[in-house]
Design a protein around this ligand. Structure first.
Ligand code: NDP
Length: 315
């Protein structure tokens, strides 16, 4: 443990659109925020393709470039952005209490307010062959790994917007893309489905689930099962992209902050207040419904305003 404790007004944990927007507002309000980015600096958007639905970018933008813009804007107003992971928290339950946070297992921070914007992480199916072949052809991020499957055949598992988006992205790189959908319909938005349907090298197989990923050290195919007929078939692919949703990154706050049955943090009414005074949550970590960059940014702004008002009321 380090023996020097850094005392600050506002700590921001996580560096997606919510965290950076909170940082922009908190630094302009002279809360002198320090942000710890987590391992995936810039958050989930750095693994997405084109962002076409964020206002202010009429021609769309690249997710990584957009997050760099967010970071530069936060730093312009004085936010200190540091690469590091919060590894333990000891939050005060008292109004005006000090929240103790450990970073990377040793650094100690004492913050008057904490804004949590740790986001959510992609889910896997959990089967042995899938886990063993992560990095050997199994991935949960087409934009990170799609390049390696240029001209090859791949499958995408899932039926939501992520699956549709990943499949569309992969269709520009790969020879064929097969989407495995476990129900007899996709839950992706109409617009996303239309894109999938009009893309010649994407095919969708319904009522079908992954039974096993084949291959020892690299993917050589998948065995799939029709959950109606129980019929199994092997599809020759070299890449398997899992796109079945996300888990909120809240492990650290278990038994500390109120969360729902899935682990999303619960905020009060229309605010970003958690059950503890001076601790606020914004972005995907508290939103399982909208999960958009723009809604995350909106709640980031709210968290900074809630922090500012909380500190103002203490004076
Ligand atoms: P969702 O939770 O919407 O969808 C997950 C999908 O995975 C579902 O279709 C589900 O199937 C399927 N699934 C879950 N578990 C399994 C399993 N064990 N085997 C097979 N299939 C499984 O997650 P998304 O990540 O797609 O989207 C999350 C949110 O983000 C949504 O609100 C979405 O609109 C949004 N989003 C928006 C984008 C955009 O606007 N550009 C891009 C990506 C996401 P089932 O339907 O059978 O339950």
């Amino acid at each position: 443990m380090s023996d020097t404790v850094e005392k600050i007004k506002c700590l921001i944990v996580g560096s997606g659109p919510a965290g950076y927007t909170a940082a922009i507002y908190a630094s302009r309000a002279e809360l002198y925020p320090i942000m710890y980015t987590g391992m995936q600096m810039g958050g989930q958007l750095t693994t997405t393709t084109e962002v076409d639905n964020y206002p202010g970018y009429p021609n769309g933008t690249d997710g990584t470039a957009m997050m760099e813009d967010f970071k530069n804007q936060a730093e312009r107003f004085g936010t200190e952005v540091r690469f590091g992971m919060v590894t333990a928290v000891e939050f005060s339950t008292e109004v005006g209490g000090i929240h103790k946070v450990t970073v990377d297992g040793s650094k100690q921070i004492e913050a008057e307010t904490v804004i949590i914007s740790t986001g959510a992480t992609a889910k896997y199916l959990g089967m042995e062959s899938e886990q063993r072949l992560i990095g050997g052809g199994v991935s949960a991020c087409a934009t990170c790994d799609g390049f390696f499957y240029k001209g090859q055949d791949v499958v995408v598992i899932g039926a939501g917007d992520t699956a549709a988006e990943e499949a569309t992205y992969l269709s520009n790189i790969c020879k064929t893309v097969t989407i495995l959908v476990r129900k007899d319909y996709m839950r992706a938005s109409k617009a996303m489905q239309a894109r999938v349907n009009k893309t010649e090298n994407i095919s969708v197989i319904y009522n079908t689930e992954l039974d096993e990923v084949l291959g020892e050290s690299v993917v050589e195919g998948v065995r799939v099962i029709n959950n109606q007929t129980k019929e199994k078939q092997v599809i020759d692919v070299t890449g398997v992209f899992i796109a079945i949703g996300h888990t909120p990154n809240t492990e650290l706050f278990k038994d500390v902050l109120d969360m729902d049955e899935v682990g999303y943090l619960i905020t009060k009414g229309k605010s970003t207040k958690t059950n503890l005074p001076g601790v606020f949550a914004c972005g995907d970590v508290q939103d399982k419904e909208y999960r958009q960059a723009v809604t995350a940014a909106g709640t980031g702004c709210m968290a900074a305003l809630d922090s500012e008002r909380y500190l103002g009321a203490l004076e």
